[in-house]
Design a protein around this ligand. Structure first.
Ligand SMILES: [Zn+2]
Length: 267
């Protein structure tokens, strides 16, 4: 097996007192819950070096996606396609994010090869996978931006302070082993008054409680943090942000948490 770290302490509060959640283990991957702060996390994540080449998330995502589709019945498959079609018909979601974040320099962390943001956004990104980074960088440069290659929590500290108007972390923070450092880096590189958008799987969703280990929010070993709205709020506030859920209504039914973080205008 590839480079595995030993079992880590709680990434939220550093305590080694962790309850093993054996019901969610998958092959060699173990999930644990902190006895002090209730944070749920993958206890043995891979090293960053492995993520750059061997464990590129897109490869495991598509392999698991194919397996899930095989297991899904024909009715569920039809429902899935209907949902995807509905999503496309809603049109470009960029307007939603312009309203939430404002225009200007947007830093999309874990952007992959996709450039989701065009004018009035100026697209920047950080991507760990070398081959995805190369494609994103060419596209972003053509739009006046740039993509930076590296591990998010480390690369972000090489970027200028008080520089970006917004940060996008869409389906990213659940992948980031050093998520507290990453949030501190976001706070540092945002302009005062700048905002960050976060979308992560919701470990407290009703669906997760109903389907248990079959919950699609579990991805091994790509997802290393399993946030609840409480643990996400704590992490954002510790980094200095004001925190606001954007899908507060019926959050317990939602498989995802969506939140807007604001760096106070005067710090
Ligand atoms: Zn803890």
């Amino acid at each position: 097996m590839n480079a595995l770290t030993p079992f880590r302490p709680c990434p939220a509060c550093d305590t080694p007192d962790v309850t093993n959640m054996a019901q969610f283990a998958h092959d060699t991957w173990k999930i644990g819950k902190c006895k002090l702060c209730d944070f749920v996390f993958l206890r043995n994540p891979t090293e960053y070096e492995a993520l750059e080449e061997d464990f590129a998330w897109e490869e495991t995502f598509w392999a698991e996606d194919a397996e899930r589709k095989k297991k899904r019945g024909i009715l569920k498959r039809a429902a899935y396609h209907a949902r995807m079609l509905g999503y496309r018909l809603k049109g470009d979601p960029q307007n939603k994010y312009v309203k939430l974040l404002g225009a200007g320099k947007i830093l999309d962390i874990g952007c992959g090869e996709v450039v989701r943001w065009t004018a009035p956004f100026e697209p920047y990104g950080i991507e760990i996978s070398k081959h995805l980074h190369a494609r994103a960088d060419a596209k972003m440069k053509a739009l006046g931006g740039e993509c930076f290659q590296g591990a998010g929590a480390e690369r972000i500290f090489t970027l200028p302070e008080n520089h970006f108007d917004s940060v996008m972390m869409h389906s990213y923070l659940e992948h980031e082993v050093q998520y507290r450092e990453l949030l501190a880096g976001c706070f540092r590189c945002l302009k005062p008054g700048g905002r960050a958008f976060i979308r992560v799987p919701n470990f407290n969703s009703l669906n997760r409680r109903l389907v248990g280990a079959k919950w699609p929010g579990f991805r091994y070993p790509d997802h290393v943090n399993y946030f609840t709205q409480q643990t996400l709020r704590t992490a954002a506030q510790e980094a200095g942000f004001e925190f606001k859920l954007t899908n507060k209504a019926k959050i317990w039914l939602d498989d995802n948490i969506q939140a807007l973080l604001t760096k106070p205008a005067v710090t």
